[in-house]
Design a protein around this ligand. Structure first.
Ligand SMILES: [Zn+2]
Length: 503
């Protein structure tokens, strides 16, 4: 239905609600120029113009939406400048939507050799508004806006072609219509604010880096970062790659530090120690100058991360690289030892039955000798102490290669010899237990070849002496007769009391 028309004489836009009824409205169709008949005696929703002589074309109808939107903006008292967001120098800049007060609105306003659908002057910005129903804004016009830095926005009403005009106008009011900034109203201000921020940040980085360099000169020492290098190998017929730590990081003490270069974007120092040296570079700008790659020898770079913190990294590392073959050799030994330990632990758990048959008479003697088994009927078979019914995983006990019950009993006896509430080292306890019942013949090799710092929690339980004892003691810890501490454990009461059987 047509709601907007042009005044026959002034060619100004007229709304159906503002004209006389019938042909006396003196209006024409903005598209085909036909005289229009105003039918505004019905209610406000159904009143409309109809063509007098010609047929109403689809073009006549679509243009209504365009005119309605134009009219909406021109007559608005305030205008919501929609949210602005764009990428600049790799950063996302945003400005939230803000209300502005409309000072002046003009339709089909001339801008250069183009005309804007609406030219709106507000207290915050003057802005060209384009309303798109079927055709997007011409590229040339958009470029003209950008080139001349004329704030311009395009609203896309193509989704409203089949809706009543009011619906589109309501959505425009609620800022729900899709829009696209052709040239953002506050672009220059945002960019200049951002550039100022970047400038301040650069100054901040320069200051921070210079201070860091000064501190190195003062201390004559520097923390050298960790270095891991990739290493590829074959595993089960497949190519795998992994990183190997060739250097774990640490403080390097220099005999002397010389400042070699002090330029506006970087500082280069030469740190000498013994008869070696390291280049230490502080980057004041976030790029590595070409001359750094010409430096002969090892180079440590200082850079800034996203949180504006200084971090260091190896840029060249000829010396550390020489360590790789030996590290690979150790890595292979580590993997093989660990694999072997896992196999042995698995076998140990599987052969529990066998071990119990082998060790049971030794255990029974131990029970009687240590007064844990008191009976009136010596013919009865000795039952297991109740505590072993809640036995935890015994995987780590593989090391002692003895029936787990006997192992834990011996452990309890050794611990009970220690005074209450004194710290007992896990490793010492391991050694004592090993002296008592021995260790698997392969354990010594395995323990020597694994790299303890590289083990997972589960792997530690299999090869690390302290962890093995910690895990073996868990059965007593759950009864609260011992207490774990970081550097050892403490005995609270008797462990052997839990092993006693009376019949
Ligand atoms: Zn028409």
């Amino acid at each position: 239905m047509l709601e907007y028309a042009l005044d026959k004489n002034s060619k100004e836009t007229r709304h159906i609600g503002d004209v006389a009824n019938g042909l006396e409205c003196l209006c024409i169709c903005p598209v085909c120029g036909d005289d229009l008949v105003a039918k505004n005696h019905t209610n406000s929703i159904t009143r409309h113009f109809s063509h007098h002589t010609k047929n109403e074309s689809s073009n006549c109808k679509m243009t209504q939406l365009h005119i309605g939107a134009q009219h909406f903006f021109r007559t608005s008292e305030q205008y919501l400048l929609p949210k602005v967001a764009f990428i600049y120098k790799g950063d996302q800049l945003t400005e939230e939507s803000v209300y502005s007060k409309v000072v002046k609105g003009e339709l089909e306003s001339r801008i250069g050799s183009y005309s804007a659908d609406v030219w709106l002057e507000t207290d915050l910005a003057a802005i060209a508004i384009e309303v798109c129903v079927t055709h997007k804004n011409q590229i040339k016009k958009t470029l003209y806006y950008r080139e001349h830095r004329i704030p311009a926005i395009e609203y896309d009403l193509s989704g409203y072609v089949d809706c009543p005009i009011n619906e589109a106008l309501e959505d425009l009011k609620a800022n729900k219509v899709p829009y696209r900034w052709l040239y953002e109203w506050c672009r220059e201000a945002m960019i200049s604010r951002h550039n100022e921020k970047l400038h301040q940040k650069r100054l901040f980085i320069k200051k921070k880096m210079s201070l860091k360099a000064k501190k190195m000169m003062l201390d004559n020492s520097l923390y050298l970062p960790k270095l891991s290098l990739p290493y590829e190998y074959e595993k089960d017929g497949e190519r795998v790659s992994q990183y190997i730590d060739v250097y774990n990081g640490g403080i390097c003490h220099f005999d002397i530090v010389i400042n070699e270069v002090k330029s506006k974007d970087h500082l280069i120092f030469k740190g000498m120690y013994k008869n070696k040296f390291i280049w230490v570079v502080y980057l004041l700008e976030d790029r590595v100058p070409r001359e750094i790659s010409y430096l002969d020898g090892s180079v440590v770079l200082h850079r800034i991360n996203k949180l504006d913190e200084i971090y260091s990294e190896w840029f060249k590392y000829p010396e550390l690289k020489k360590r790789l073959p030996e590290k690979i050799r150790l890595e292979k030994l580590h993997s093989a030892a660990l694999k072997h330990a896992k196999e042995l632990a698995f076998i140990y758990v599987k052969s529990n039955e066998l071990l119990s048959r082998r060790d049971i008479s030794r255990w029974e003697k131990w029970m009687i000798k240590s007064n844990c088994y008191v009976t009136t009927d010596s013919k009865q078979t000795m039952p297991l102490p109740a505590i072993f019914s809640l036995k935890n995983s015994t995987l780590s006990l593989w090391v002692f290669n003895t029936w787990d019950v006997l192992t834990l009993c011996c452990l309890a006896q050794l611990v009970d010899k220690k005074p209450i509430q004194t710290m007992i080292s896990y490793t010492d306890m391991f050694n004592e237990l090993a002296d008592e019942i021995g260790v698997h013949e392969d354990y010594v090799d395995i323990e020597r070849n694994v790299i303890l710092g590289r083990l997972t929690e589960l792997e530690s339980d299999l090869v690390d002496k302290a962890e093995i004892i910690g895990s073996a003691l868990s059965i007593f810890e759950s009864r609260m007769v011992i207490k774990y501490e970081k550097e050892g454990f403490k005995r609270i009461s008797s462990l052997m009391a839990l092993l006693k059987i009376r019949r």
